[in-house]
Design a binder for this molecule. Structure first.
Ligand code: ADP
Length: 446
């Protein structure tokens, strides 16, 4: 097992990784920007190194500073968390070149899955169902017209290097295609330095359903069921559920088997998530994330498996501590992403948390790095905590979620807490009857 792990991240995920390390008897090194000198991950870690000024490019994305920190402290592994450098294949290569273990898949797998065209080809070849689309990148508008004719309108123009919903443009009819393609290309060029785009059939009211997988270096692969992340705003997840209220046990078994076999065939290592859109009973692959996800705790709650612990263990060369047959789904879990934002305009609300009381009691978990007196810096993501609630079944989970939200007290900054209390009263949500546009439709009406 590793002796010392450097955690190349901040906030709640840095703390989550620190906790898993301590339980495995591993020392931790926190890295931080000058804006995070008082952060909880820095306070709790065994050692800490300041990387540089607040700007992410000078701190959490500063590869030379992170490698130096690992060398100075003698860390034998680096955990990238999510976001920042977690899906940067070059970083994974550099870490390896310094004889430090990157806690994640190989650089090759990160690279392939980071290019959506290459990813579709790779997973399509191992039996994963795809959204009907163009074969590879589009050379020109003539190819786009031909592909769209075959797929049928509406179509979506998507950037090969896309992320965070950028470089994605809808073309409802043939008349819109040239403009959609141009806009997607220029957006992708400026955001990702790559203007390769492709076409996909636009699905009207799908759900976003993703499968959690984990694989070790001994040929063992497990799938840990699905998460339903259909409640989104601007393609960003707001609330997630495990398991999905929409799937039947047969749907679940079928997609789980396909995902597991595909991952085995790809020779993948570590944790990963295969994301699908699901419409009219059919699954369509959209992308694979080669890292831990923000919403991993709901899977932990329904499977009783510590994903971060297992992720670190398999990176150190150990076999998975469980087999597929050990996985029994129990109860229901929901995660609410609590952001420091105005609950109506979603404008970020950084500043001082003057008072904070965390919710607790049976089935309640609050993954966060905030505390009374903490100053939320304006430089980073506005998510300040994740409220994760587990219940015997979905109604029990909803009742617990309501009382946990009512228990939580946070003074000093605006948060999205009231949004969730409101959402809980919506009959569609109570029935689990929603799709990827539902939340935005509801917000627009509200
Ligand atoms: P990104 O990497 O930018 O997040 P994804 O491919 O993961 O892009 O898609 C993000 C979201 O965009 C999905 O969760 C879904 O809401 C929407 N989306 C993506 N592809 C399609 C499609 N073919 N039809 C309809 N909506 C889509």
């Amino acid at each position: 097992m590793f002796e010392k792990v450097l955690i190349a991240n901040r906030g709640e995920i840095a703390l989550r990784i620190h906790r898993a390390c301590k339980e495995l008897g591993i020392s931790t090194v926190a890295v931080h920007s000058t804006a995070d000198a008082d952060a909880m991950h820095v306070r709790l870690a065994d050692e800490s190194v300041c990387l540089g000024p607040p700007s992410p490019t000078e701190s959490y994305l500063n590869i030379p500073a992170i490698i130096s920190a690992a060398e100075i402290t003698g860390a034998d592994a680096i955990h990238p968390g999510y976001g920042f450098l977690s899906e940067n294949a070059r970083f994974a290569e550099i870490v390896k070149a310094h004889n430090i273990t990157f806690i994640g898949p190989t650089a090759e797998h990160i690279r392939v899955m980071g290019d959506k065209i290459a990813a579709k080809e790779a997973v399509g070849s191992v039996g994963i169902p795809l959204v009907p689309g163009s074969k590879g990148a589009l050379a020109d508008i003539k190819q786009a017209y031909a592909a769209a004719e075959e797929i049928g309108y509406p179509v979506l123009v998507k950037a090969a290097s896309g992320g965070g919903g950028r470089g994605m443009k809808l073309s409802p009819t043939k008349a819109d295609l040239a403009e959609a393609m141009n806009t997607a290309q220029s957006e992708a060029k400026s955001a990702f330095g790559d203007d390769n785009v492709y076409l996909e059939k636009y699905l009207g009211r799908p759900r976003h359903i993703e499968i959690q997988i984990i694989a070790d270096a001994h040929g063992n692969v497990a799938q840990l069921g699905e998460r339903d992340c259909s409640l989104q705003r601007r393609h960003q997840k707001v609330l997630e559920e495990a398991l999905s209220p929409a799937l039947t046990p047969e749907d679940r078994a079928e997609i789980g088997k396909i995902a597991r076999e595909a991952i085995a065939n790809l020779g993948y290592l570590g944790v990963g998530t295969i994301e699908f859109l699901w419409e009219d009973g059919k699954f369509y692959f959209i992308e694979m994330n080669t890292r831990l996800q923000v919403e991993h705790p709901i899977t932990e709650q329904v499977t009783n498996i510590d994903l971060v612990r297992e992720q670190i263990r398999v990176a150190a060369g150990h076999a998975l501590s469980f087999s597929q047959d050990d996985i029994k789904f129990q109860g229901h879990a929901i995660e609410c992403r609590i952001n420091a934002e105005d609950p109506k305009t979603f404008r970020p609300s950084p500043g001082d948390i003057t008072y904070f009381h965390a919710p607790g009691g049976p089935g309640v978990r609050f993954d966060s790095a905030i505390y009374s007196g903490y100053r939320i810096p304006p430089f980073y993501d506005s998510m300040i905590g994740k409220l994760i609630v587990w219940g015997d079944d979905r109604p029990h989970c909803l009742a617990r979620l309501k009382r946990a939200l009512q228990e939580m007290a946070l003074v000093g900054v605006d948060t999205t807490l009231p949004l969730f209390l409101d959402l809980l009263e919506q009959p569609d949500f109570q029935r689990g009857d929603y799709h990827i546009h539902w939340l935005e439709d509801w917000l627009a009406e509200k």
